[in-house]
Design a protein around this ligand. Structure first.
Ligand code: DP6
Length: 325
């Protein structure tokens, strides 16, 4: 009983920040993302009758403690559905380096969910698979469907799922990630989501998110980059305003982060098709039209404090590589 599955990472255009139910990862607001083609996690799950505990190896490192418990709890859900008590061996590789400024929990839990469900013979629909992935990491729900993806906030487990609004080939956008810091962040997303409500700005951000999302969906569907750029930057700035005003405050930016934001704005004012968005870290995702990539890359590399630039373009949904039952 073994399966290997892969899933891309994704970058949120309208952000997920804060939960209405932390245990179920029911988000405070709906979000919208784009899968990042070329950046993926490949995971093999093998249920074995000779194991007394789950084992997991990620990028050749054996997991222990809380990280292993998170994987094990995620497998429990599929085991319960399948009526299986066997423990599993999980082997996972990211094809992008850890700490490269690209979130790995989204691709990791999407690939783990597909591999575990398939190895156990569960026939889950894409929607069910997305709800399952959400339990492991909220943003993983969005790495299951293809291309541009909306995660409906929902009101319970079954209604909080992600679906594609347009496939990857609808619009080729390029994400140039300006790597400013590869350091492990002090406060990760899971802890950050718990702080969101302590900011007086969170209620305003959450109340206005559905309207921003609806407009951003229209911008994607009509391939209107100017409109997309304005909304993506506004939404990222609003999330960081919440982060920076929570108790305790979370300030993820470093001086080069701000330098990149200002450069991106100046370039767009010159007519270059680029906008920025920033997750829970210092690195800046610069979304570009293909025609802007060479110029933006050169500009980013010229900024002091930008160590490298990584590139990904619109990618597809999670896929199965092999099954042995
Ligand atoms: C800032 O999905 O990483 O990247 O559910 O606790 O694993 P957990 O959180 P996670 O949160 C992502 C936060 C974000 C914004 C986004 O991707 O929407």
């Amino acid at each position: 009983m073994q399966a290997t599955a892969c899933a891309h990472s994704n970058i949120a255009l309208i952000k997920y920040w804060g939960n209405r139910d932390h245990a179920l990862r029911l988000p405070a607001n709906p979000s919208l993302s784009m899968n990042l083609g070329g950046l993926f996690t490949r995971t093999t799950v093998r249920f074995r009758d000779d194991l007394t505990a789950d084992q997991a190896v990620v990028d050749d490192q054996l997991l222990h403690g809380a990280a292993l418990a998170r994987v094990s709890a995620h497998l429990d859900y599929a085991r319960r559905l399948a009526g299986c008590t066997l423990r599993a061996e999980v082997i996972s590789h990211n094809n992008f380096p850890a700490g490269a400024g690209i979130a790995s929990s989204a691709s990791a839990f999407a690939a783990l969910s597909l591999a575990a469900a398939t190895a156990l013979g569960l026939q889950l629909s894409e929607r069910e698979l997305s709800t399952y992935a959400r339990l492991g990491s909220g943003s993983a729900a969005r790495s299951v469907p293809n291309g541009f993806v909306v995660w409906h906030a929902g009101s319970d487990h079954a209604s909080s799922y992600a679906e594609s609004i347009a496939p990857a080939d609808h619009w080729l956008l390029v994400d140039l990630v300006a790597i400013i810091s590869a350091a492990h962040k002090a406060v990760g997303s899971t802890e950050g989501h718990r702080l969101a409500e302590s900011s007086p700005f969170q209620a305003a951000r959450v109340a206005t998110a559905p309207a921003r999302l609806a407009e951003c969906v229209q911008a994607v569907l009509s391939r209107d980059f100017e409109r997309l750029a304005r909304l993506v930057e506004l939404d990222s700035d609003m999330m960081h305003a919440v982060m920076q005003t929570s108790t305790p405050p979370l300030l993820y930016w470093l001086p080069p982060t701000l330098a990149v934001m200002q450069r991106v704005r100046a370039l767009r004012a010159e007519g270059v098709g680029v906008c920025y968005t920033i997750d829970a870290g210092a690195n800046v995702h610069c979304l570009c039209l293909p025609s802007a990539v060479a110029r933006v890359r050169a500009e980013l590399l010229a900024i002091e404090g930008v160590g490298a630039v990584r590139e990904a373009s619109t990618g597809g949904g999670a896929w199965l590589e092999s099954v042995q039952r």
